[in-house]
Write a protein that binds this ligand. Structure first.
Ligand SMILES: [Zn+2]
Length: 175
């Protein structure tokens, strides 16, 4: 199941490229391989991020979580949901789910890593109640509603979001 994107089309506002030197890039590359090996990331689905100075670093739109490289990570400094703008450093396109990651980081100051991929069969996950089109503010807000009080949410009929303080912390909730 590839992401069938019917959500908000964001304009990407380009900022100067900034070097991202963070050990979590290597950790997410390995986490992506792990999630993919479990069959959680068919085609180019799923996305991952970590909180970083000035915003958060997220996987590129269309990247394959099973075979990520350092070039697949983009720094997002801000998301203007009402104005439909994503502010990103460099020329990579951030995942279309940057808005959801932005809202989760705003709601959960205690976490620094977000993993999203596609399996619905996870123990201990709390599911969102309604189905919303992927990529819409309603979809993102329904995820935040669950994640306010839990670290693992199932987005109804879509996939999961796991959050944690570190990459291993977020990963152990799903594997
Ligand atoms: Zn998804």
């Amino acid at each position: 199941m590839a992401e069938n994107y019917v959500g908000v089309k964001f304009e990407i506002v380009r900022l100067p490229e900034e070097p991202i030197d963070d050990p979590r890039i290597g950790e997410l590359i390995r986490a992506g391989r792990d999630l993919s090996a479990r069959g959680f990331c068919p085609e180019n689905s799923g996305n991952m991020s970590f909180r970083y100075v000035g915003g958060f670093v997220i996987t590129r739109a269309g990247s394959r979580l099973g075979s990520l490289t350092r070039e697949d990570f983009v720094l997002v400094t801000d998301v203007d949901i009402a104005g439909k703008k994503v502010f990103a450093a460099g020329d990579g396109d951030p995942s279309s789910e940057a808005m959801m990651h932005f809202l989760i980081y705003a709601a959960r100051k205690d976490i620094s890593v977000i993993l999203h991929a596609h399996t619905l069969d996870l123990k201990g996950a709390i599911a969102t109640r309604k189905i919303y089109p992927y990529g819409t503010p309603e979809f993102a807000r329904s995820a935040v509603e669950v994640l306010k009080n839990h670290d693992l949410a199932i987005l109804k009929d879509h996939g999961f979001v796991s959050v944690g303080k570190t990459v291993p912390d977020a990963l152990t909730k799903v594997v």
